[in-house]
Design a protein around this ligand. Structure first.
Ligand SMILES: Cc1cc2nc3c(=O)[nH]c(=O)nc-3n(C[C@H](O)[C@H](O)[C@H](O)COP(=O)(O)OP(=O)(O)OC[C@H]3O[C@@H](n4cnc5c(N)ncnc54)[C@H](O)[C@@H]3O)c2cc1C
Length: 326
């Protein structure tokens, strides 16, 4: 029997999130493991052809754009996605492990009477069983979970995943048969972007993050300059956010964002387990810290022991020379 995976795409202001495209690519990779077909759904106004061109692989992508979906209201989304899951007999629903995915997944699980597995790091099919490796206790423990029967709703933790094929999915403007929307959330009237000038730290390919070692909000000027140079975003530890030096939108970790950049540079960050929980999927971690015993070095691929105020300007100077071809 063909198993149907429904991938839920998240969009913000009509722009499809990279984390959702990663989930789609991971679902495509699962097709090698059996008779599996993948369907996507984009609720809301992600209508431009350019947006859809970012997506490759096989399968239909349902695009549902109707009144009430423009504000990313989870209850409205849950109605639409549950209707799509029923219509396509989906047995697995996959969402990115973002704040929005974490809010939506339990609603879908309740509506579909499905099992819910959050923070999946990896997944595979063994016979009829879906096996999910998930992270618990800030990533210090991993558990292998399976759903014995019925539908499963999964949130997938970061992991940049590129498409293997160059096919284009078929885009299907869709209207779904569903009961009158009952639970439109009256609280959301307007979405305001927290930091419109820079890319969301959860989507960025390069993240330059700072901790308490930067001494104050002024220290982040160096990080902004370096991030601007390499086309990255600035991230922050929770201590920094608690101090009010940086906005919560930039916080990385257990109570912040889970990120999956190809390069993560931790500047003056000790590397507490709650912080490391957010960077497990980073491909390369570089740490700059004055304390050679700082735990961040154990999680780093490369480390520089030194004062961040000496190291970062030198690093940026070298990079500028390199980029100028000197
Ligand atoms: C339930 C819970 C959830 C949490 N969630 C998160 C989370 O999501 N994200 C998160 O980050 N934390 C989280 N924390 C907090 C976490 O435990 C740490 O307290 C926090 O990560 C520490 O932040 P920090 O590394 O910036 O500061 P510190 O631990 O104070 O470390 C500062 C580091 O800077 C170095 N340093 C100092 N001066 C310099 C200098 N001039 N040059 C170079 N290095 C220097 C020091 O050697 C030190 O290693 C959570 C905690 C709890 C209990």
């Amino acid at each position: 029997m063909t198993r149907i995976i429904l991938v839920v795409f998240e969009q913000r202001d009509g722009v499809i999130r990279q984390s959702s495209i990663d989930v789609w690519n991971r679902a495509q990779a699962l097709k090698q493991q059996g008779d599996i077909s993948v369907v996507g759904i984009v609720p809301g106004p992600a209508g431009s052809a350019d947006e859809f061109r970012k997506i490759t692989g096989d399968g239909d992508i349902l695009h549902v754009d109707e009144q009430g979906l423009e504000l990313c209201q989870p209850q409205a989304y849950a109605d639409v996605i549950a209707a799509a899951a029923r219509e396509h007999s989906a047995t697995v629903l996959m969402l990115a492990d973002t704040a929005f995915g974490a809010d939506l997944a339990p609603r879908l699980s309740a509506r579909l009477r499905a099992s819910l597995i959050s923070h999946c790091r990896s997944l595979s099919f063994e016979g009829d069983h879906l096996l999910c490796e998930t992270a618990w206790y800030a990533g210090t423990v991993s558990a292998l979970l399976t759903c014995e029967h019925g539908t499963a709703v999964l949130t997938l933790a970061g992991g940049r995943c590129s498409a293997s094929g160059h096919d284009r999915p078929r885009l299907v403007p869709t209207t779904l048969e569903r009961p009158e929307p009952s639970g439109w959330n009256p609280v959301v009237e307007k979405l305001v972007s927290a930091s419109s000038s820079t890319q969301d730290v959860a989507e960025a390919d390069i993240v330059i993050a700072g901790g308490r070692g930067l001494g104050g909000p002024e220290g982040f000027g160096m990080l902004e300059s370096l991030a601007g140079l390499v086309g990255g975003s600035v991230g922050a530890s929770r201590s920094v956010v608690d101090e009010g030096w940086r906005p919560h939108a930039e916080q990385v970790g257990q109570t912040g964002k889970t990120i999956a950049p190809s390069l993560y540079v931790a500047c003056g960050i000790s590397g507490a387990v709650q912080h490391l929980a957010g960077i497990a999927a980073a491909q390369t971690v570089v740490a700059i810290n004055s304390d050679p015993e700082a735990p961040i070095f154990r999680a780093a691929d490369a480390g520089i022991v030194g004062d961040v105020f000496d190291v970062l300007p030198k690093l940026e100077g070298l990079l500028r020379e390199k980029l100028a071809g000197k």
